[in-house]
Design a protein around this ligand. Structure first.
Ligand code: NI
Ligand code: MN
Length: 227
């Protein structure tokens, strides 16, 4: 089985899990760094970490066009369901086996209001197990020590970590996160989308190698890795 992750800028990802098309946090039309638009992506499932506009993004339009099922926390899944979108609710610590693999929600320390101020439940990270591989998408979060537990329990093949600072972990905290999680590979995200979260990702990658002994892959929007 082949699992390929393609970065679309910010925190937006496409995953091809042996032919099953999965999107995570598809913020495309408002994302100045996106390499594709909402009409260009395929999806059977859309995984959403939290309700902020830069994460739900174009998920409603994409789900309506493709018939994809949104998987997120109960509050966010209910919001999608109310708009006629197929949605499956999970919540923190819980997971479910889907035809392509298992999705589990982890804690994340952040906010989760919808763009209109509505309540979006607690923000989450995502553990996605598919094709014998494990992806940990930390979502938008502060550093927290339980990342060590996530690393021990799930042994991620890849960890997608925010490094933008201001709204999430910056590079210093993300380096400590890598030390706690010990993933096989790290890919930074949630940086350079706007001036406020500009970061030197190559410098972060160098520090991952030199200071933590971890492999870090920097992807440009449109870039992908196979895990
Ligand atoms: Ni956020
Ligand atoms: Mn965000």
């Amino acid at each position: 089985m082949a699992v390929r992750l393609t970065f679309h800028g910010h925190a937006a990802w496409s995953i091809d899990a042996d032919g099953v098309k999965i999107l995570m946090d598809p913020f495309l039309s408002g994302n100045p760094t996106a390499d594709v638009g909402p009409d260009d992506v395929e999806a059977e499932y859309i995984l959403i970490t939290h309700a902020h506009g830069d994460h739900i993004g174009d998920a409603v339009a994409i789900a309506k066009r493709t018939g994809a099922t949104v998987v997120s926390n109960f509050e966010i899944a209910s919001w999608f369901g109310a708009q006629g979108v197929n949605a499956h609710p999970l919540h923190l610590g819980g997971g479910k086996e889907f035809p392509f693999g298992r999705v589990e929600l982890t804690i994340a320390h952040h906010g989760s209001s919808f763009p209109d101020g509505g309540y979006g439940g607690n923000p989450a990270g995502i553990i996605l197990k598919t094709g014998g591989k494990t992806i940990y998408n930390a979502g938008d979060t502060a550093l927290f020590y339980d990342m060590k537990l996530i690393g021990e329990m799930h042994k991620p093949d890849v960890a997608l970590l925010p490094i933008g600072d201001n709204f999430t972990m910056g590079p210093e905290a993300a380096l400590k996160a890598v030390e706690l999680i010990r993933p096989k590979r790290v890919v930074p995200m949630h940086y350079d989308t706007f001036d406020l979260i500009a970061q030197d990702a190559e410098e972060f990658a160098r520090r991952c190698r030199d200071e933590v002994g971890a492999e870090c892959v920097v992807l440009k929007p449109g870039g992908s890795i196979e895990i």
